[in-house]
Design a protein around this ligand. Sequence first.
Ligand code: GUN
Length: 283
Amino acid sequence: MSATIIDGKALADQLSMALKKEVAALKEKGTTPGLVVLLVGDNQASQVYVRNKEKRAQELGIHSIVERLPADISETELLERVAFYNQHQEYHGILVQLPLPKHINEEKIILAIDPKKDVDGFHPINMGKLLIGKPDALPCTPYGIMKMLEAYDVEIAGKQAVVIGRSNIVGKPMAQLLLMKDATVTITHSKTQNLAELAKTADILVAAIGQGHFVTKDFVKPGAVVIDVGMNHDENGKLIGDVKFDEVKEIASMITPVPRGVGPMTITMLMAQTVDHAKRTLN
Ligand code: GUN
């Protein structure tokens, strides 16, 4: 039997409609949610991501600007731009697109963002809040995945969850969010032994490895829910996930496709957090 396809695009559209109404209501109260994206250099993938964010913000009525900065900007100058937007009342969310050029210390830049304006959930204060189970801003990809699991009534409490990947952006916060919903969580990574065997114990399997078609049917327990965070390109330039979709969908109970899976949800959660930050300034 073939798996239910988790339609991230449809869910993102549905959430976006609700957000659009919230934005309109906030505008009536005199507050327009504002998002500033700082884009340093000319990384091709970043350009695409940022354009998509800008487009979605505009569709929702969020005031959004992208400040494009040269690749050779100094760390001090970038810190000054962040400090400027921290003070600027018009922008409720600040996002510094990663990766940054090598000469800039990413941690230092993230630390400089006002945690109340952090829409990525990357600031150590927000990471710490998440770790103690009292989250504020969340990393958008794991946040979007939790929304998908919720929308598709996936049972989490007491289930085995395996996360492949241990990044600060996806793997670690994903594991923590699943733990907060009472899953038994295993994080695996490049040094994990018997990875396929461990993955096969999962009721919920999250693949965030960054290697196209890494997860084959040999990694998947029949009936598992499989979430694919991957955004890779094959030899023909086609966008593919970390999961070998065609074969895994035959044994999973639910699966996210790539594209139209996790990706659209990530952007939507970014918009949701921008709106949330704007709402908080009213209280
Ligand atoms: N680069 C790739 N994904 C992201 C993201 O979610 N946030 C930021 N700031 N940079 C990224």
